[in-house]
Design a protein around this ligand. Structure first.
Ligand SMILES: Nc1nc2c(c(=O)[nH]1)N[C@H]1C(S)=C(S)[C@@H](COP(=O)(O)O)O[C@H]1N2
Ligand SMILES: [Mo]
Length: 448
């Protein structure tokens, strides 16, 4: 493929739930039909020659919409501060977090998924950050909130938010992924969109005090203290054990996300950030840190968040989110409106470090090409990749395969199943396949 921009520019129709209404969807379908008609009439080579920018320009040639002078080119716009806290455009109203119907019995112990199919770059807007609550969320009064540090320390302490926010702070961009992200794929349940298959991952800039700073301040016993227990202030009594080495390395006791205080759904006013580790360890509404000499084997680590292996045993304390990637455009539920050029785009991440390379296949894994990584490529953060593709109108299967800085290669689903069986819930990081049908519809398939 010489210069992909010399081909017709393909347009992707987002999944229906991102559409404002059924009418726009129908219009787009009609547009596709008329394009197919035109393309046939013009013959295949009609836009193949010439400079790339000309090919681009010819796309909209003769569109009379440019001649309209709508009200907004003549009238007076709206005043400043009408929205004291800015909101997205009303035209984007369908870009939302969504619940998977029937996934849980009550919405207080549930999940809302990030609409990855509608996002750009690597940062998740705070209002679209996925939510996972075991016992509902709270909007806790920060003046009443306290954090206790105790156990194997010389000086136990109870911190107010003011105490904490006076300390030296750091800001770091990291992904958070629920260990159960993509879980239904273990059992070959083909969820329709990337929002549901992969939407329990988000990426934000977190600001707070390093956990190591707090532990040092309290005189942590470095000989006996091997683990730290983190506990949340909600009714789920979320408690998780963190290895001391990790606690001292890059964990943050965070109060801010993407430049402002945490959102209540994400743990306001204080949450633990454990880079690279599954979401459950990122305890929200953080109220207690205890230093101990043994793992606690709390309900959230002995009964839940364990991996059922093929031989019937359970794997415990498997918190690291292994290297994973997914194509977000085009993805399940979307529709390619015509043949031609597409920018295939997706996200890759690894709990062990940074993304070294992402390969993309359009033929179900037989041939691979290396995608462009869009910077910055950060440790334990989402990394955006893009690759050119000219769709010839034939059925295709799109896949992405990420390789991280340790050399680990994201596995195929059958490779993962060979080791882990099919009865697991957590830590499903296999290659995702999206099938493009001849009519342009994109759907979720498994390729072995
Ligand atoms: N206190 C508390 N912390 C919690 C939870 C919870 O229910 N209560 N859920 C955990 C789980 S399972 C995940 S995946 C992440 C989700 O964080 P988010 O809601 O900010 O996306 O928070 C974790 N921390
Ligand atoms: Mo989770």
């Amino acid at each position: 493929m010489s210069d992909p921009l010399q081909h017709t520019i393909g347009r992707v129709l987002p999944a229906p739930e991102n559409h404002l209404d059924a009418e726009r969807l129908e219009q787009a379908r009609k547009a596709r039909r008329s394009f197919m008609g035109k393309a046939l009439a013009m013959g295949a080579g009609a836009v193949a020659a010439g400079h790339a920018s000309r090919a681009l320009a010819s796309e909209g040639e003769g569109d009379p919409a440019i001649l309209k002078m709508p009200e907004h080119t003549r009238g007076l716009g709206r005043p400043v501060a009408e929205n004291p806290y800015g909101q997205p455009s009303k035209w984007e109203a369908n870009l939302q977090r969504r619940q998977s119907p029937g996934l849980t019995r009550v919405p207080q112990a549930s999940v809302s998924f990030t609409p990855l199919q509608g996002l750009f770059g690597m940062i998740t807007p705070s209002g679209l950050h996925f939510e996972r609550h075991h016992q509902g969320w709270w909007d806790i009064d920060p003046s009443q909130h306290r954090l206790m540090v105790h156990g194997l320390v010389k000086r136990s302490r109870v911190f107010t938010m003011d105490d904490l926010m006076r300390l030296p702070s750091v800001s770091r961009i990291h992904f958070i992924e629920c260990g159960a992200n993509s879980a239904p794929e273990w059992g070959n349940v083909a969820l329709p969109t990337v929002q549901y298959t992969h939407g329990m991952v988000s990426c934000s800039e977190f600001t707070g005090v390093r956990l190591s700073t707090l532990l040092e301040m309290c005189g942590v016993d470095k000989k006996l203290g091997k683990f730290v227990l983190a506990e949340g202030a909600d009714g789920s009594s979320m408690t998780r054990t963190i290895d001391m080495e990790r606690a001292m390395e890059d964990c943050i006791v965070a109060w801010a996300m993407n430049g402002e205080m945490l959102r209540p759904e994400n743990g306001y006013p204080l949450r633990l950030v454990v880079p690279g580790i599954q979401g459950v360890s990122w305890v929200k509404y953080l109220r207690r840190l205890e230093v101990g000499d043994q793992k606690w084997a709390s309900k959230d680590e002995a009964v839940h968040y364990i991996d059922l292996m093929p031989d019937g045993t359970h794997r415990q304390y498997t918190g690291i989110q292994e290297c994973k990637s997914v194509i977000t455009t085009p993805s399940g539920g979307q529709m390619l409106l015509d043949k031609g050029y597409y920018n295939v785009s997706g996200l890759a991440w690894s709990g062990r470090g940074s993304i070294k390379r992402v390969d993309v296949s359009v033929d179900g894994g037989r041939n691979w090409r290396t995608a462009r990584l869009e910077g910055p490529v950060l440790d334990k953060a989402l990394t955006r990749f893009n690759i050119d593709w000219v769709w010839d109108g034939q059925p295709a299967i799109l896949q992405s395969r990420a390789i991280d800085s340790t050399g680990y290669v994201q596995p195929k689903i059958n490779q993962l199943r060979a080791v882990r069986g099919t009865r697991s819930i957590y830590h499903q990081n296999a290659i995702q396949s999206w099938k493009v049908a001849e009519n342009g519809e994109v759907s979720n398939v498994q390729v072995y």
